[in-house]
Design a protein around this ligand. Structure first.
Ligand code: SF4
Length: 71
């Protein structure tokens, strides 16, 4: 089963860990705050298939601002 992931931008510190590590799911917006996406679609509500949930979970755990969350 896939899961959906988003960033609470109010808490993002723009460290770029997620956008550098998993650019397929994370990118910076015009204000240099991270947001999730799928190839530019599903912005703010990226779909993560089963085979990638572990690596996204690792990013959730590593985000220094603890602002990446599953929906
Ligand atoms: S790892 Fe967290 S704090 Fe850093 S850019 Fe991504 S969402 Fe923002």
């Amino acid at each position: 089963m896939s899961k959906n992931v988003f960033v609470n931008k109010d808490e993002c510190t723009s460290c770029a860990l997620c956008t550098d590590g998993l650019p397929q799911y994370f990118r910076m917006d015009d204000d240099d705050l991270a947001e999730t996406h799928n190839d530019g679609e599903n912005v703010g509500n990226a779909i993560v298939p089963d085979n990638d949930t572990a690596k996204v979970q690792e990013m959730i755990d590593d985000c220094p601002a603890e602002c990446i969350h599953w929906k």
